[in-house]
Design a protein around this ligand. Structure first.
Ligand code: PSU
Ligand code: MN
Length: 315
């Protein structure tokens, strides 16, 4: 756990505190995906189902959000409802965290925001859908998600289905390499592209087995190599979308965003909502299947990390 001052802003839910007390592994979940990534009521239903999957696998889920001026590590059903229904929930990345803590207004944490809070709470594994990245055209706009900087410095393993093709996936991987963030993949050699399994880019290291993944991560952190690890897992085949379809719709959504002058933190939620509408909701079913699959992978990783062997030799 972080120092006492940082900890004074955290509230662990009763189930999370009990899991901590019993030494059971905890898996963090983000809330931007609930408040800004999926429509109501599927967002809340999915959040509950994902929590149940993690619990069934033997770990404790901790959905992270900022409510009432506190960082909440684990939320109640009522709080989940607030996050999923209210249109006054802020999207909270590193920059925004002090603002919602100071104002007391509700905030949903992004990948970056959730990583910060998970690390403060001593949680090593975080399950999400897709990470933010370098946006297409970032050479002009400078739009690079703060998620990537967070991965560079905050020691949490992020289980995701890669990054969406609304982003420039090649540049995203280059950025991660520059910052020393390892990109692991399971089930396939290549990095996943969210709605589709194959981004066309190789991940750095393929590790199919949770025990191997855990040993890799332990070695990194034991050495003091601070920073995150991206654990890419592809969408299950049965839920994958057609590459041509998703490419065409992504291009259309990007054109619309440019025409409407949408930039900054509003861009990613706009693109997600447009793709959802343009697919007549089919992309949402894929999105849900992705997060559930990631929850299973993440729970297995959290259990493996709890048992991971350290270096066998002597210092
Ligand atoms: N990608 C998705 N679904 C999401 C997000 C990204 O497929 O819900 C959310 C995550 O919370 C991520 C954030 O951290 O968007 C990135 O936003 P930005 O690009 O503004 O950094
Ligand atoms: Mn951005």
């Amino acid at each position: 756990m972080a120092n006492d001052l940082a900890r004074s802003w955290l509230t662990l839910s009763a189930p999370v505190a009990a899991a901590r007390g019993a030494g059971r592994p905890i898996v963090a979940l983000e809330s931007t995906i609930i408040a800004h990534g999926m429509p109501y009521p599927e967002n809340i239903r999915t959040a509950r189902e994902v929590e149940a999957l993690i619990r069934d696998a033997g770990a404790e889920p901790a959905t992270i959000a900022v409510i009432g001026g506190r960082i909440r590590v684990g939320v109640t059903d009522g709080e989940l409802e607030l996050l999923g229904r209210s249109d006054r929930v802020h999207k909270v990345s590193r920059r925004d965290l002090p603002a919602v803590l100071a104002s007391g207004e509700p905030g949903a944490t992004t990948v970056a925001g959730t990583m910060i809070c998970a690390a403060l709470a001593g949680i090593e594994v975080f399950v999400t859908g897709g990470i933010g990245g370098v946006h297409r055209g970032a050479q002009e706009t400078f739009d690079i998600s703060a998620d990537l900087q967070e991965l560079a410095k905050t020691s949490v393993a992020v289980v995701c289905a890669g990054a969406k093709s609304i982003l420039d996936i090649g540049l995203t991987l280059e950025y991660l390499e520059t910052h020393g963030v390892p990109v692991l993949s399971c089930e396939q050699d290549n990095f996943a592209a969210f709605y589709t399994r194959d981004s066309g880019f190789r991940a750095d290291f393929r590790l199919d087995d949770a025990a191997q993944q855990a040993r890799f991560i332990r070695a990194k952190w034991d050495l003091g190599l601070a920073g995150g690890v991206v654990m890419s897992t592809p969408v299950p085949e049965a839920s994958e979308m057609a590459v041509e379809e998703i490419d065409a719709l992504t291009r259309q959504a990007l054109v619309e965003a440019t025409e409407r002058g949408i930039t900054g933190k509003a861009l990613t939620p706009f693109l997600l909502a447009r793709i959802h509408a343009l697919t007549g909701g089919r992309s949402l079913a894929t999105n849900i299947a992705i997060v559930k699959h990631n929850a299973e992978v993440g729970a297995r990783l959290a259990l493996a990390l709890a048992h991971a062997e350290r270096g066998a030799g002597q210092a």
